[in-house]
Design a binder for this molecule. Structure first.
Ligand code: 1GP
Length: 238
């Protein structure tokens, strides 16, 4: 079964998924064994790997090392085509639907094709929607795009539905890594109730309660990056 089919099956059964986002720029190679132990003790179901400014250096070696000891699907979450590794299992093929920068709407995607064609990566078309979060996040800075108004839930829904019409297989509501405010629950709820594809929610989620409340609002996959980076014991209580 493909990774995407597995996600769809979980959605159908109401099984919620949890992705740990690893930014290779922030990993301390000497501490990998502890990190791996903590990931294996956590409720994570997926590993997302990527970052806004990582240059892709040693990505293959890093994934090989992690994959050997972590039995979870590794999905690339690339900020640009240099972050593509044949060693992952799949790639979130992102389109920054909230922005109007052609580089992140189509240019990077076109440039990524010859690299992806040399791999066996499962490509999962993902509509990526950046939502205002009370601070400027790296995605906003690097993509030079403005996030959507966090109070305009209807426009976020319209954007997600446009992604679905274009053919996106996943919709990702993103407050941005290290966001001060996570995606509003009312927005998650409106979007999840009005799209058919699975919904990923991430950015600024820092507690077990917030994970639960994103699930309750309708998120199918919640992404945790900073909270785990800052406290390797974050999942101990989950
Ligand atoms: C960022 O949604 C992810 O792309 C995770 O965000 O680092 O704030 O958890 P955090």
């Amino acid at each position: 079964m493909s990774l995407y089919q597995q996600i769809l099956t979980c959605k159908t059964k109401g099984v919620k998924l949890l992705a740990i986002l690893l930014d290779p720029d922030k990993l301390v190679v000497e501490n990998l064994s502890n990190l791996i132990l903590k990931i294996n003790q956590s409720p994570a179901t997926h590993i997302f790997i990527g970052g806004s400014s990582f240059d892709g250096n040693h990505l293959d070696e890093l994934i090989i090392q992690l994959k050997a000891q972590i039995n979870l699907p590794f999905l690339l979450f690339p900020g640009n085509p240099s972050q593509i590794s044949k060693e992952a299992h799949g790639i979130l093929f992102l389109t920054l639907l909230s922005g109007r920068n052609p580089d992140y709407l189509i240019e990077h995607q076109v440039n990524a094709v010859p690299i992806i064609k040399k791999t066996n990566l499962e490509v999962i078309s993902t509509g990526y929607i950046l939502i205002e979060s009370g601070n400027e996040t790296a995605v906003e800075r690097v993509s030079q795009t403005k996030p959507l108004d966090r109070n305009n839930h209807q426009y976020a829904l319209q954007t997600a539905q446009a992604g679905e019409f274009i053919g996106n297989k996943l919709i990702y509501l993103e407050a941005g890594s290290g966001a001060k405010l996570s995606v509003p629950k009312e927005m998650i709820s409106l979007v999840s109730q009005n799209i058919k594809v699975p919904l990923i929610v991430g950015g600024g989620i820092r507690s077990k309660q917030e994970i639960e409340s994103a699930y309750n609002a309708g998120a199918d996959i919640v992404v945790i990056g900073t909270a785990f980076e800052n406290d390797i014991n974050f999942f101990n209580e989950c």
